[in-house]
Design a protein around this ligand. Structure first.
Ligand code: FES
Length: 142
């Protein structure tokens, strides 16, 4: 009876090791580096070459927060698309080249600085890190 239990436990343990190894190999083959899994606080956005293939500004939602990523002088930068006045969502207006808030008419320059009150505080910057072609963001605590 004990031998049967030992055999079953050995079989389960070997199966678990096989599954974990297979998952790691599968991730490696798909091009997912293990660093993606091992970097707490940073969120993987995607490959810069794909995200910016046909646009200069990428809007996305990370951790339920809207952000925009753009490139300035060979460096990727990010802004939280949340108005600093009363937390309404901002949108980019190509016509004025600014971020507008539909709630009370606040306006921000492309670099996140306040252009038109009522907001008093500049938009929240998001740290964007580039590792090769991969873009990662460090989300602020809000
Ligand atoms: S919430 Fe944006 S201007 Fe008031």
């Amino acid at each position: 009876m004990d031998d049967k239990r030992r055999n079953i436990l050995t079989w389960l343990l070997n199966g678990s090791i096989f599954i974990i190894t297979a998952k790691a190999i599968h991730s490696f083959i798909r091009g997912e580096s293990l660093t993606k899994i091992q970097q707490p606080g940073k969120v993987y956005v995607g490959k810069a070459s794909e995200l910016f293939a046909s646009t200069i500004m990428v809007n996305t939602v990370i951790n339920n927060l809207p952000i925009v990523i753009y490139k300035e002088s060979d460096e990727y930068k990010g802004l939280l698309l949340v108005c600093t006045h009363a937390a309404c969502t901002l949108h980019f207006a190509e016509k004025s080249d600014t971020f507008l808030c539909g709630c009370h008419g606040g306006e921000f320059y492309k670099n996140g600085k306040v252009k038109t009150p009522p907001p008093q505080k500049d938009m929240t910057m998001i740290t964007v890190r580039q590792h090769g072609d991969e873009l990662w963001v460090v989300m602020p605590k809000v």
